[in-house]
Ligand binder design. Sequence first.
Ligand code: ZN
Length: 164
Amino acid sequence: MANPLTIVKYPQPVLLKKAKPVESVTKDIVHLIPQMEKIMEFHEGIGLAAPQVGDSRQIIIVKGNTQNHAFLNPAILKKSKKQISDEEGCLSLPDIFLKIKRSEEVEVFAQTPKGKAVRIVAKGLAARIFQHEIDHLQGILIIHRANPLKRIWDSLKIYKNKGY
Ligand code: ZN
């Protein structure tokens, strides 16, 4: 990468493929995590997945109230039936904001960078971040989640905002 703070943008192939599970916490992962946090903060993101920095492994960062949290191999165990539709953006899709339905609450199983297995119950915005980042690890972006007609309409609105 020319600029170490660059985010990989759509349609780079790394964003569209499934990320590989992390088998063990190697030195390069220990190094990668603070680098991902730095990139996320530089771009004022609230979450980041490793494919967005060109690394196809199952690693995500979730911004918390007081600190960032890194998770390896995160998987959704349970989703609440209740879904909330809200506007979402993605650092890999600049200037695109789409209404995405997400479960209001999710239960996530993951490992910490220290190799500890954890179970997290996330609600509201935190639940949305987990769902968005875990989607990234499956090669799924917000443009794939949005209603296709709505997506076309939204892209027209983007052009309108830019003065077309
Ligand atoms: Zn994203």
